[in-house]
Ligand binder design. Structure first.
Ligand code: AMP
Length: 602
């Protein structure tokens, strides 16, 4: 559903969304256009304190220590809910002490500012302490997905020159132990728990977390931190070659502060839940930094997705603001709204989604299920923070990523053969999404890959590698990755558009669309579809889906073939791996599969 095509349904949607909700605070960004005209990035500094005596800007100080001076020391910073239902509440004051201890631990281990600390574990409290403590120590941190196997762990630790790794005994045994010889630069491995397990005690450079922390002082004065000091390294997958290590700096906290307020509408005293894992940039920027900078209570759930358990969290913790992802939304949609009946979700005020295209049906389903729409927003590892969003006070355009936040200039551009880019001013044209550089949370480099980094910038624009379009009202619509797009009979076809159309069919749970080389038309569109329970794959449904898509999209855009799968390969951050579908279909090498989440082959 788009505004132009949605007609009555779209109007009804806007009416419901705009219904006044008594008792709810006013959105932080009541008038986006006015703020865009007024805002300068220097203004963001007013939301932050900076280090005492003008000693610079440090993310951990903004996220933790300064709250003590503002009387928020007793407030719960992190409410951790373990897999077995355990609960730990860390107040801002306690978090300040724990992170100070960890900064002291690093100093005692001889780590100098600038050296690299890697963290490999599930969403455990130690993860949050380690990341913030390392930032206090002015070390660069890289949180890795605990689901990574040894090879991706080794590649990343090598690329990032890891000095210290914080992990659990179990992950160490299964994934890291066999890498120790290869990772010669890894001097220390800190294992969570009270004491080193007997079977590991002879390994070199191993320490027990509790032991180190108990011996460290809970006081630590953060050293002078130039805002350009490296803070985080997030690895992201490229289309080819090794993963890219995007380098971020402390200055990024300016963007975390404003985007947390504007795109997630965080208010003082909120209970907030970001479902992302810090192994993915969202789980760090918005599961850790932005909420703490805003001084809210951040709920951290260790367990993986389970609809009932998630609804329990929303209800029991009285979550006000929820940031999640389309895959989860679609999984909940599959189950229907029955599981929500009778629940008290009256505390919920704002729901946002990121990471992959959110189909319009998902946005609207939010209304049906929770009485609130999902607000889609867009950004990527390289941008460090949310760039484009449907904010609380805006008209939501279901299916659109929203509009650029104040301080961000976005455009649709076309790469020209002479190496320059042309801005496509005309509304509705497909092209590459570009952002005017710089902004505070923009990556400052790719590890060891200066040329690859430089190639991202042309004529002052950062080229995102995403294809999008901008409508006459300034809303951005995702089309696909620049490298996934399909060219068929001269038509540029966005796989997302085709997938969305298929998703509208009641039988379809998931859809992935790729281009198959064709000698006549360049490429033809092929779809892979996973069905909802109760539907049967077969000739009849195949024909029905092809007909449905042709009707919705026109013959030039509709898929020419559909294959059924029990599920589609997805990355851990939830994106369907079209590249892998394509490689398998064409019998090509499957490439780097380190981010592959589910992989049930047909
Ligand atoms: P990552 O760096 O892993 O966060 O992935 C960033 C990429 O995810 C973007 O370049 C997009 O291709 C995709 N993405 C993120 N947010 C959205 C969104 N709201 N709609 C569509 N695609 C998105």
């Amino acid at each position: 559903m788009t505004r132009s095509s949605g007609g009555e349904a779209a109007e009804r949607f806007q009416r419901i969304v705009k219904q006044p909700r008594p008792g709810m605070p006013t959105p932080n960004l009541p008038d986006r256009a006015a703020e865009c005209a007024r805002f300068r990035w220097e203004d963001a500094a007013a939301l932050l304190d900076g280090l005492p005596d003008g000693a610079g800007l440090n993310i951990a100080h903004e996220a933790v220590d300064r709250h003590l001076r503002h009387g928020r020391g007793d407030r719960c910073a992190i409410r951790w809910i373990g897999k077995a239902g355990q609960r730990i509440e860390l107040s801002y004051a306690e978090l300040a002490r724990q992170t100070a201890r960890f900064a002291q631990v690093l100093a005692a281990l001889g780590l100098a500012p600038g050296e690299r600390v890697f963290v490999l574990m599930g969403r455990l409290p130690e993860l949050y302490t380690a990341v913030l403590g390392a930032l206090k120590a002015r070390c660069a941190v890289s949180p890795l997905f605990s689901a990574f196997g040894p090879e991706p762990i080794a590649t990343r630790c090598e690329m990032g020159d890891a000095r210290v790794l914080v992990t659990t005994p179990e992950l160490y045994r299964r994934k890291v132990r066999g890498l120790r010889e290869r990772l010669g630069g890894l001097r220390h491995v800190i294992l969570t728990g009270a004491a080193l397990p007997a079977d590991l005690a002879a390994d070199p450079g191993l320490h027990a977390w509790d032991d180190l922390m108990a011996r460290a002082s809970p006081d630590y004065v953060i050293g002078p931190t130039d805002p350009e000091t490296v803070s985080l390294i997030h690895f992201t997958s490229g289309t080819t070659g090794r993963p890219k290590g995007a380098i971020h700096v402390h200055q990024a906290v300016l963007a975390h502060a404003v985007t947390g307020r504007w795109a997630l509408d965080l208010h003082d005293g909120d209970v907030y839940w970001c479902t992302a894992d810090p192994g993915w940039v969202t789980g760090t920027s918005y599961g850790l930094i932005a909420p703490l900078v805003a001084g809210v209570t951040s709920v951290v759930v260790e367990a993986e997705f389970d609809a009932q358990a998630w609804y329990d969290v929303l209800e029991r913790e009285r979550v006000n603001v929820w940031y999640t992802a389309p895959t989860a939304i679609r999984m909940m949609m599959k189950l229907g709204t029955d599981a929500l009946r009778g629940r008290d979700l009256s505390a919920l005020r704002f729901m946002a989604s990121v990471g992959e295209p959110l189909n319009p049906e998902g946005v609207v389903w939010g209304l049906e299920a929770f009485g609130l729409p999902f607000h889609d927003n867009w950004w990527q590892t390289e941008t460090g923070g949310i760039m484009i969003a449907n904010t609380a006070a805006m008209d939501i355009q279901p299916g659109s990523m929203g509009q650029p936040l104040p301080g961000i200039t976005a455009a649709i551009v076309e790469r020209r053969p002479d190496g320059h880019v042309a801005v496509l001013d005309e509304a509705g044209r497909d092209g590459e999404l570009a952002l005017k550089a710089p902004w505070p949370s923009m990556m400052r480099g790719y590890l060891h890959e200066e040329a690859r980094y430089r190639k991202c910038f042309v004529d002052g624009w950062y080229l995102t590698g995403d294809l999008a379009r901008c409508d006459a009202e300034g809303y951005f619509w995702f089309v696909g990755r620049a490298d996934d797009v399909i060219k068929s009979a001269g038509h540029l076809i966005g796989p997302f558009e085709v997938e969305s159309a298929l998703m509208e069919h009641p039988a379809v749970a998931e859809a992935g669309v790729i281009g198959i080389p064709d000698p006549t038309v360049g490429e033809v569109v092929k779809a892979f579809v996973a069905l909802k329970p109760g539907f049967e794959a077969g000739e009849a449904l195949n024909r029905e889906l092809l007909g449905h898509a042709r009707k919705r999209l026109g013959a030039a855009v509709a898929p020419k073939a559909i294959d059924f799968r029990s599920s589609l390969p997805r990355t851990r951050s939830g994106k369907i791996m079209r590249r892998l579908l394509k490689a398998r279909e064409l019998g090509l090498p499957e490439g780097d599969l380190s981010t592959l989440e589910n992989d049930e082959q047909p």
